[in-house]
Ligand binder design. Structure first.
Ligand code: GDP
Ligand code: GDP
Length: 433
């Protein structure tokens, strides 16, 4: 499980600035998703050697009413869900009553919390920090998030005790399938249905509400593990159902899976929250199957409408297969396996360098890259740089000059010829050797 870092503090101390520093990625998946990722509060930590999840919170002001109240509530929940809390204060503004209130809460919460003094650029850090010792949260750490000063050290320091990520062995657990989606779309019903006919080997270990349940089983002699974010097999009474949904749990499950099955309530259509879930899967680069559930009892018009929405709103996820199912009645559920297996096989496929290079030569022979300043861009060879998602690295010269249209042409051809379906693919273009 990845460590979760929460950023808290009153508004304007630099939380978003730090969040952006921590989540900035050089090789982010290229995808078009207008409006979806803009206000993201949960991000993948990309700085340093160890991966982590970071939560940005709205801020705690002290006068918690109306919208402030909601912000504070979310901040407190983020603290609950986090392993490490970074409590930011403003080194230029000095100590503020809200800071004392937050410090008070953190001291009582028993969470690992670090006091971070931001905006120490252009001021004497010792003077800036002196004020904050009285908060009783230990030695403050000085940073300047806007200038990226002290940020990497900070991450290395707070994650120092966490182990390096291990390479997970696929063989152990078979195909790991995360069943994700917003509350009430039918995840529990689907998990039960998927497991209904199979012999479940083990399930239900102790865990917190933040953890998913891992359920290994076999189907047609093939091992699978369902990562159950809905917690069906643990739920003991109806009351628990209310709290079973957690974004952190969903993020962790997606990261830990090979294939995510995103469940959408067909009766509600594609909602903003569905698109959020989808963007988590895309960011993680996981293979994906989309299941429109509750397809039973819908009128022909309603069905048409959903299919139109798929065209309109989910075009950027067109690499995935779409299914229309009823978890309640079981129709279409068995067919999910065909797409899950296909997506898994493509996500884990291994292609030899000479196969990819021959393909590259064919692609180039059919359509040459353009000239740049009188010199033709040369693409020399290609190799595979990773799996789940597959990474294809194309080597040549002046590759940074390759127009977007040519990249798209090349990518489409590779995906078509290699018959990749159900997983995103990352292409990297490198100049030299
Ligand atoms: P948030 O409300 O806590 O998320 O704060 P923001 O990240 O939006 O930052 C508030 C303001 O402080 C913005 O104008 C930032 O540019 C500025 N700021 C953030 N970090 C620093 C820093 O390290 N130094 C300086 N001088 N300004 C900063
Ligand atoms: P979760 O919160 O995503 O785990 O959703 P649940 O599995 O608890 O389902 C929420 C509600 O939707 C329950 O009342 C289910 O009986 C109902 N439901 C689930 N799947 C279907 C379906 O395929 N058709 C219909 N009509 N209802 C369903």
């Amino acid at each position: 499980m990845l460590p979760v870092i929460a950023l808290v503090g009153r508004p304007n101390v630099g939380k978003s600035t730090l969040f952006n520093r921590l989540t900035r990625s050089r090789d982010a998946l290229v995808h078009d998703m207008p409006g979806v990722t803009r206000d993201r509060k949960y991000g993948d930590g990309k700085l340093g050697e160890k991966p982590f999840i970071v939560i940005d919170t709205g801020g705690i002001t002290g006068g918690e009413e109306g919208i402030d109240h909601e912000m504070a509530r979310q901040s407190l929940q983020a603290i609950e869900e986090a392993d490490v809390v970074l409590f930011l204060v403003d080194g230029r503004a000095g100590l503020n009553p809200s800071d004392e209130m937050i410090a008070d809460h953190l001291r009582r919460s028993n969470k690992e919390a670090h006091l971070i003094v931001n905006k120490t650029d252009g001021v004497d850090p010792d003077v800036a920090m002196a004020d904050f010792h009285t908060l009783g949260l230990g030695e403050p750490i000085a940073i300047a998030a806007a200038h990226n000063r002290g940020v990497r050290l900070l991450v290395e320091y707070v994650l120092g005790g966490y182990p390096e990520p291990e390479e997970t062995e696929e063989q152990d657990t078979g195909v790991r399938i995360a069943i994700v989606g917003r509350p009430n779309v039918g995840k529990s019903t689907l998990v039960n249905r998927l497991l209904g006919e199979e012999r479940v080997v083990v399930f239900d270990e102790a865990g917190t509400t933040r953890d998913s349940i891992y359920i290994p089983y076999e189907r047609d002699g093939k091992p699978y593990t369902i990562i159950d974010t809905a917690g069906v097999r643990r739920r003991k009474n109806v009351k628990e159902a209310v709290e079973k949904f957690s974004i952190i749990k969903t993020l962790q499950a997606i990261k830990d899976s090979n294939v995510a099955v995103l469940v959408i309530d067909a009766r509600q259509g594609v909602t903003e929250q569905d698109l959020h879930m989808l963007s988590f899967v895309m960011d993680a680069g996981r293979a994906l199957v989309i299941a429109f559930n509750k397809w039973d009892g819908m009128s022909a018009d309603e069905k048409e409408d959903v299919k139109a929405q798929v065209q309109r709103r989910l075009e950027f996820a067109a690499f995935a297969r779409f299914h229309f199912i009823s978890a309640l009645h079981g129709s279409g559920v068995g067919d999910l396996y065909r797409s899950v297996n296909e997506a898994y096989d493509c996500a884990m496929a291994k292609w030899a360098t000479n196969r990819l290079t021959t393909l590259l030569e064919d692609v180039v022979a059919d359509h040459q890259p353009p000239q740049v300043a009188g010199r033709r861009i040369k693409l020399r060879y290609a190799h595979q740089g990773g799996s789940n998602p597959p990474v294809i690295v194309v080597h040549g010269n002046q590759t940074d000059q390759l127009p977007q249209s040519y990249r798209r042409y090349l990518q489409n051809r590779f995906i078509k010829v290699l018959k990749i379906r159900g997983t995103p693919v990352r292409f990297e273009f490198k100049t030299g050797d």
